[in-house]
Design a protein around this ligand. Structure first.
Ligand SMILES: Cc1cc2nc3c(=O)[nH]c(=O)nc-3n(C[C@H](O)[C@H](O)[C@H](O)COP(=O)(O)OP(=O)(O)OC[C@H]3O[C@@H](n4cnc5c(N)ncnc54)[C@H](O)[C@@H]3O)c2cc1C
Ligand SMILES: NC(=O)c1ccc[n+]([C@@H]2O[C@H](COP(=O)([O-])OP(=O)(O)OC[C@H]3O[C@@H](n4cnc5c(N)ncnc54)[C@H](OP(=O)(O)O)[C@@H]3O)[C@@H](O)[C@H]2O)c1
Length: 463
């Protein structure tokens, strides 16, 4: 039986079941940081990571760009959530990017959004740490007076002057996977004997199986552990030391720059259960007036559709929201019909017909010859059609697909989840190559590798 970890409730975890009777506790670590409350004026910024100065780099940021607040001009629900088919809600945002200056972007480029942790979660954490009264008091973090670790330093994502609320809202990832060392540190600030034994056992060498089950597979994070261990009261300094940075999340641009350079669109899907940090934040922002998010443009890579690619052929493969960048490609092709003389084939899978993004637009693009081939399939369809994944469509068209792919001017683009879907699609392409070109597995793998090296097989992997 496959267990859906998202459906499991923490109250059902019996910590005694996961506590070993015999284990060797990890050696307690000295705390390397301390937090000092000060009386200085605290400078409020809507995103505290922007106060960290030059030392804090924003991953994959384009040269000379830092995050700026941009307005959400419009939001549109493209797909509504459906529990029966496990379909996620999908929303399209239009952003006013004039604050980024004269940004040049191509279809396929991405922007990063700075997330923040939910205010309710932050308030609960502050309460647990007995910091509710001091939540907005100015403080600064420094190396502890007794710190002996040579490599110890104050993390670059903590501003010189800040507040506990700012740190928890903007700087640290509260939902990260707790490392064993962190669990051991949490044990050392847990007063109840049973709860302390649970955390210490989980962090011990002997507790590896339980760590695998509870932390890695079931996904228990700091907040779940605090819920299970009511007497665990870590200090602010300890959490700053062990929680990683709250990192920006990438989103694909889903329009053509020719539609108006000062605006861009992105599309996100949000899980109904245990929604992610950034997507939850976006849902809250949509209700605010004015609605703003911090955004920066990410470095460009080969997953794009520029003047160089316009005259060639494209094979586009996507699942679900992975269609987002290709909507930008197709809108661009429509606006550049003079130069865009090649074939464009789109293969896309969704859970149901209702979950297919912009289906009418796709059909219109096929009618107006922006798309020469449009192949759609549904994995949870209730119609007479057998449920399908996109690989079945690729296998059905294998002969023509491989023929088009091997033309010098053809580029294959895949946008999917790197965890498993990209791999399944890659396996399928390999099988198509084997069948059509009469290759053995090793030869087909080599051919696909060559196509990647030649820039004819490009992937956008949504980790
Ligand atoms: C190059 C690139 C481009 C991307 N473009 C887009 C895009 O255009 N649209 C888009 O929606 N996402 C896109 N993503 C994914 C996006 O960056 C985020 O990872 C996603 O929105 C979830 O962020 P979160 O902070 O809400 O979830 P987190 O808090 O980071 O998520 C917690 C866990 O839940 C999973 N998760 C959360 N939400 C979802 C979801 N909706 N579906 C499946 N798993 C989920 C995460 O993988 C993680 O394991 C892209 C990723 C990359 C690397
Ligand atoms: N890591 C992240 O944070 C993140 C965030 C957003 C999206 N994504 C990924 O981006 C993609 C699109 O997102 P989404 O939310 O729109 O997806 P989704 O609705 O969850 O799934 C889209 C389609 O992909 C199918 N699928 C599942 N496994 C597959 C496989 N091995 N091979 C081919 N198809 C498969 C699904 O079929 P079933 O009905 O069989 O499931 C469904 O039809 C997904 O890959 C998703 O996981 C990742």
């Amino acid at each position: 039986m496959v267990v859906d970890v998202d459906q499991l409730d923490n109250s059902l975890v019996d910590i005694d079941v996961y506590t070993l009777t015999e284990y060797v506790s990890a050696k307690p670590l000295e705390s390397n940081l301390e937090v000092l409350f000060t009386t200085t004026e605290h400078e409020e910024k809507p995103c505290a990571q922007l106060k960290c100065g030059e030392n804090l780099k924003f991953p994959f940021a384009r040269d000379s760009y830092s995050p700026v607040a941009v307005s959400i001009l419009d939001d549109k629900e493209l797909v509504s959530a459906d529990a029966v088919t496990d379909t996620k809600r999908v929303v399209e945002l239009t952003l006013d990017i004039s604050a980024l200056g004269d940004l040049h972007y191509d279809p396929g480029d991405t922007v990063a959004i700075l997330p923040s942790n939910a205010s309710k979660v932050v308030a609960q954490l502050l309460q647990r740490l007995d910091l509710t009264q001091q939540a907005d008091s100015a403080c600064h973090v420094r190396l502890a007076a007794n710190c002996t670790k040579k490599s110890a330093k104050v993390p670059a994502h903590i501003p010189a002057s800040t507040t506990p609320r700012e740190i928890f809202t903007h700087c640290v990832a509260l939902h990260s996977v707790p490392q064993k060392q962190f669990l051991s540190a949490l044990a050392s600030c847990t007063s109840d004997v049973r709860e302390r034994a649970f955390l210490a056992s989980l962090s011990s060498k002997q507790g590896a199986v339980h760590y695998q089950t509870l932390i890695l597979e079931r996904g228990l994070g700091l907040l779940d552990l605090l819920e299970l261990c009511a007497s665990c009261k870590p200090s602010l300094a300890l959490l700053i030391e062990h929680l990683p940075r709250l990192l920006p999340r990438p989103y694909s641009i889903s329009n053509s720059p020719l539609e108006g350079k000062q605006q861009l669109r992105i599309i996100y899907s949000i899980r109904a259960r245990k929604p992610g940090v950034t997507t939850s934040m976006l849902e809250v922002k949509l209700k605010e007036q004015p609605a703003r998010v911090f955004v920066y443009p990410r470095l460009q890579n080969a997953f794009h559709y520029t003047d160089l690619e316009l005259p060639g052929n494209q094979i586009l493969i996507a699942v679900g929201t992975g269609l987002a960048p290709f909507l930008g490609f197709l809108a661009h092709k429509e606006l550049c019909q003079q130069q865009a003389t090649g074939q464009t084939w789109l293969y896309v899978g969704a859970k149901t017909s209702q979950a297919m993004l912009k289906q009418q637009q796709l059909i219109a693009w096929q009618k107006s010859s922006v798309l020469q081939r449009l192949r759609m399939c549904y994995s949870r369809s209730s119609s007479d059609d057998e449920p399908k994944h996109v690989q079945e469509l690729l296998e059905q068209d294998a002969e023509e697909l491989v023929e088009l792919l091997l033309l010098p001017k053809t580029i294959l683009y895949v946008c999917a989840d790197g965890a498993k879907i990209s791999k399944s699609i890659d396996d399928c392409l390999r099988r198509c190559m084997q069948r059509v070109l009469h290759l053995d597995e090793t030869e087909a793998v080599k051919r696909l590798k060559e196509l990647r090296t030649q820039g004819k097989y490009r992937e956008d992997v949504w980790l």
